[in-house]
Ligand binder design. Structure first.
Ligand SMILES: Cc1cc2nc3c(=O)[nH]c(=O)nc-3n(C[C@H](O)[C@H](O)[C@H](O)COP(=O)(O)OP(=O)(O)OC[C@H]3O[C@@H](n4cnc5c(N)ncnc54)[C@H](O)[C@@H]3O)c2cc1C
Length: 416
């Protein structure tokens, strides 16, 4: 039987970040990863902000910088936002995971790959006994004072500790293409109910002459692959020829929407396991890494005080809410509005964005980690955008304004 202070389940960005922070504080940390190689298989488009690079301190993983985006409406009308300076970065996602794991290992964390967390056994007096299934040899039980679930969208840790799962999991399908004929400085975003109901489709130049192309959609029973095929056919028509064959595919899911608690007795959830991807984009690397730091801070003090009660560990929920609660609540609200729009209304929104000044506002204030900030400015700035809101609000809440959550982001009272 192995005994550690902290068992981290999952060696993605959130798990390795939490492991590093806790190992640096002198705690014994074991990270178990079900796959044989950290970082593989890659399940991500790998578009991140400068904040991720600042946190990761792994400059070698950057493949290229991106200066903005072209957004395509359902009728393929487009609007481009291009900043003079880089606004996002396309990274080698497997490289990021490996770099973060290396940092954690250098700080003293132990990694075991090919080891799957399979649940907990009740009864340990001063800890939790976790069951492991291994591909190789090694003990199949670990005693830990605390378990950190960083095991992604299907979190076995959340299930073992009976923490509620996210309401929405968006099926996603992505492929790697050996060519990228578009503007190498811009990502392309495709909205519309026939292409990607529920989120959007993307085309991301990968920095090596190819592109990552995918969709994330509502779970309405139609496989994401069907929408992906439509998107690729549409991009082919736009380019005037069919694209060359894709060289690799990934199928996964993006958890969206709040869960009641990310903590419990002797357990904390971080990253996708805690449904921490951003509601308007599904991006979860920055928020997962930051959540891991917040969780590690609370865990360190709780371990030092030998108090791993739900009350003590709920300080992590509070810290998360302080840093991201407002942004996520507003983003979730905007997402629910977005889901109500017909293709005609999406056309009208894109049309309104052509108004004088709005593209400049987006270029100046767009922030992929905190997108509601620029939406607030746009709604104040563009009356034609504001006019689109009441219908959607009525559709959502049946006209009962008392049930509408904090709408201050469309009010002149709010100034950034
Ligand atoms: C198609 C797609 C594109 C995306 N593109 C972007 C993007 O461009 N930018 C962005 O910021 N985000 C993006 N995301 C989201 C991003 O990939 C996730 O938010 C991020 O990976 C979450 O990190 P994590 O560490 O929480 O979980 P993960 O990266 O999912 O890591 C979880 C780890 O736990 C392991 N694991 C799972 N179960 C067990 C178990 N029982 N025992 C042991 N190990 C286990 C897994 O093998 C995995 O290594 C995308 C997601 C998808 C699906």
């Amino acid at each position: 039987m192995v005994r550690v202070d902290v068992l981290v389940v999952g060696a993605g960005p959130a798990g390795s970040r939490a492991a590093r922070c806790l190992a640096e504080q002198g705690h014994s940390v074991l990270v178990v990863e079900e796959h044989d190689r950290v970082g593989y298989p890659v399940q991500c488009a790998g578009l991140v902000s400068q904040r991720v690079l600042d946190l990761a301190k792994a400059p070698d993983v950057v493949r290229r910088s991106v200066h903005g985006a072209t957004v395509f409406s359902p009728a393929l009308r487009s609007i481009s936002f291009r900043a003079p300076e880089p606004r996002a970065f396309v990274i080698d996602r497997a490289g990021l995971d490996i770099a973060l794991a290396d940092q954690a290992a250098r700080a003293g964390a132990t990694f075991e790959t090919g080891a799957r967390f399979d649940g907990i056994i009740d009864g340990a007096p001063d800890g939790v006994t976790a069951k492991l299934t291994r591909r190789g040899s090694g003990p199949d039980r670990v005693d830990a004072r605390l378990v950190i679930g960083a095991d992604g969208v299907a979190s076995a840790v959340a299930r073992a500790f009976r923490l509620r799962r996210p309401v929405e999991i968006l099926p996603a399908f992505e492929a790697e293409f050996p060519e990228s004929p578009g503007d190498p400085d811009l990502v392309e975003v495709y909205v519309g109910n026939s292409i990607s109901p529920g989120l959007f489709g993307w085309w991301i130049p990968d920095g090596g002459g190819g592109a990552r192309v995918g969709v994330a959609v509502n779970a309405d029973g139609t496989p994401a692959r069907v929408y992906y095929d439509r998107l690729v056919a549409q991009i082919g028509r736009q380019r005037g020829r069919a694209l060359r064959s894709a060289t690799g595919y990934l199928v996964s899911g993006i958890p969206i929407g709040p869960i009641p608690r990310r903590s419990g007795r002797r357990v904390l959830l971080v990253g996708d396991a805690a449904s921490q991807p951003k509601p308007l984009s599904g991006g979860g690397i920055f928020t997962g890494m930051r959540a891991a730091e917040l969780a590690a801070g609370v865990a360190h003090e709780a371990l030092a005080a030998n108090d791993l009660s739900p009350e003590r560990l709920s300080r992590y929920d509070a810290a998360w809410e302080r840093e991201f609660g407002d942004e996520f609540e507003k983003a979730q609200y905007l997402r629910r509005l977005f889901l109500k729009f017909t293709d005609a209304e999406l056309e009208a929104i894109l049309e309104a964005l052509h108004d004088a000044g709005t593209t400049e506002t987006i270029v100046a204030f767009g922030d992929i980690d905190f997108p509601t900030h620029v939406v607030r400015r746009l709604l104040r700035q563009s009356p034609s955008l504001l006019r689109l809101l009441p219908k959607a609000v009525g559709a959502l809440w049946g006209g009962d304004e008392r049930r509408i959550p904090d709408l201050d982001f469309v009010s002149d009272r709010v100034h950034q």
